[in-house]
Design a protein around this ligand. Structure first.
Ligand SMILES: Cc1cc2nc3c(=O)[nH]c(=O)nc-3n(C[C@H](O)[C@H](O)[C@H](O)COP(=O)(O)OP(=O)(O)OC[C@H]3O[C@@H](n4cnc5c(N)ncnc54)[C@H](O)[C@@H]3O)c2cc1C
Length: 459
């Protein structure tokens, strides 16, 4: 790829075309997870669908692999060489109150959709952090705050505009291209770059939500109690529990400072009085350091998890769990808490309800029978940097008797993101079908800097 080639590419692209060392190159390749950075030969900072199509066609003609990045929250494999398309400049969001649906361009974030939808008493099926990109979150399944009440975000997708590996722009609906529709929702950028997405919204304007915070040492039984409690609640009760090692830092509020804290997060879509009654058994488990449950407009729902919006380096992994019985809890607790030197945040999300139902239009999002999804995130600072991946490996190995596979959206990067582990995000049949479709839509594996599904040559 020479200077003339790059000039030809730049002539067809409205956004910036950036080479290593040029102003803006580092900003574009850097994402939210500072532990990893793409090192492409060239970046196309797309501002419109045509830019994405021209970039992929250029890459195909020059035999370059293509990676795509929006916010960088979901890094998997760092691109070494090739072409990186960044979509953060494509931020259009439109909400249609008549059809209860939204259209977003590739770079939109949930905070935009939440604000726009709330004007009409509607909400998207966003996750815990509003600064996450809508498109990739949804292509990975989209485990929403309201998942038990309303299902996977992917199940609400009505249409996608996608540029496939041949540089062609396709409008994909469940009727127009059912196979590609099925594969994209679960298979993500293995099948192309989605430049726009249309999806259904839910009529939710408020909820009863917030958290109950317990000192992990004072209330050791919280995880087991939480597991038992989840078996008693209705589908309107969405919840998770997380162990958070709060640093001994003056900026951390006093009751949490320097402690390991279990936080039970609640997002209940029914009446507040019913929510109050339903959480009462959790209060009986032990004294709370803090509690901030309240009736809230959906727009404030990011307060429930209060995920930090500041980029940082981290390693992560996850597994779906068939259950949360005494043995599972004991195995989890053997690895975490004040006994470990690593600042591991461990989160268990309660599944079931609408997450267990089959969608009207099938997709490749798996694990609908699992009861919990457990994710572990370790901030990579100082001593934790070396041991984090080994720690994650040991912990999930010990949990294998209870795990049923992995969730694409929390799979982490590097060691946890290879083809073999990616396989575990799908059922064996779905993975086989995905590899066959990959051979059809991307036979040269142009899109390989990702949780990769390799093309299969025979069906
Ligand atoms: C703080 C935090 C909270 C989170 N909460 C939740 C949650 O509650 N539920 C949940 O399900 N997930 C959650 N996630 C995971 C998140 O959904 C994924 O990491 C998602 O991939 C992030 O998308 P992004 O565009 O922001 O990130 P990016 O890193 O920009 O994208 C991730 C990957 O998606 C692919 N991709 C990006 N854009 C496109 C495109 N236009 N077309 C095709 N493929 C594309 C690429 O492979 C890219 O590497 C959370 C992550 C973080 C860091």
């Amino acid at each position: 790829m020479g200077r003339i080639d790059i000039e030809n590419l730049a002539a067809r692209i409205e956004g910036p075309v950036l080479l290593p060392g040029q102003k803006g190159f580092d900003e574009d390749r850097t994402g939210f997870n500072l532990a990893v950075r793409h090192r492409p030969e060239v970046i196309v900072g797309a501002v419109r669908t045509e830019d994405v199509a021209a970039a992929v066609a250029f890459a195909a003609a020059h035999d370059l692999p293509v990676a795509v990045q929006n916010t960088g929250h979901g890094f998997s494999v760092a691109a070494e060489g090739g072409l990186l398309v960044t979509t953060g400049r494509m931020t259009a969001v439109r909400v249609d109150p008549q059809t209860h649906s939204a259209y977003v361009a590739a770079g939109a974030r949930f905070e935009q959709v939440i604000a726009e939808a709330a004007r009409h008493g509607l909400a998207p099926l966003n996750g815990s952090a509003p600064h996450v990109g809508v498109v990739s979150y949804t292509l990975g399944g989209g485990l929403a705050l309201l998942g038990r009440s309303h299902g996977w975000a992917a199940d609400r997708v009505l249409a996608m505009d996608v540029v496939t590996a041949d540089g062609r722009l396709r409008h994909v609906t469940p009727d127009s291209e059912p196979e590609l529709y099925w594969a994209l929702l679960g298979g993500r950028d293995n099948f192309g770059i989605v430049t726009g997405m249309e999806f259904g919204l839910v009529p939710v304007a408020r909820l009863y939500g917030g958290g109950l915070f317990f000192d992990a040492e004072q209330t050791p039984g919280i995880l087991e109690a939480y597991g038992r409690w989840t078996a008693t609640v209705p589908d309107e009760m969405n919840s998770s529990v997380a162990l958070i090692p709060f640093p001994d830092d003056p900026q951390v509020p006093e009751p949490m400072r320097g402690r390991h804290v279990w936080q039970v997060r609640i997002a209940f879509t029914g009446f507040s009085e019913d929510g109050e009654r339903l959480v009462e058994p959790l209060r009986q488990v032990g004294p709370r350091l803090l509690e901030n449950l309240r009736d809230m407009p959906y727009e404030q729902s990011a307060d429930i998890h209060d995920d930090p919006p500041v980029p940082m380096p981290w390693a992560a992994d996850n597994a779906f769990l068939a259950d949360l019985d005494g043995d599972t809890v004991r195995t989890i607790l053997e690895h975490i808490g004040s006994g470990t030197a690593l600042p591991a945040v461990v989160e268990l999300r309660h599944l079931g309800g609408a997450l267990a139902r089959r969608p009207a239009h099938p997709n490749a999002v798996g694990q609908r029978d699992a009861r919990f999804m457990m994710a572990v995130l370790i901030a990579l600072t100082g001593e934790s940097t070396g041991g984090a991946h080994a720690f994650l490996g040991r912990m999930f190995k010990d949990l294998e008797p209870w795990t049923t596979g992995r969730f694409l959206n929390f799979m982490g990067h590097g060691d946890t993101a290879d083809q073999e582990r990616t396989h575990t995000a799908y059922t064996a049949d779905d993975h086989k079908r995905l590899t066959a479709l990959k051979a059809e839509y991307d036979p040269r594996n142009v899109f390989r800097h990702n949780y990769n599904i390799p093309p299969r040559t025979t069906r």
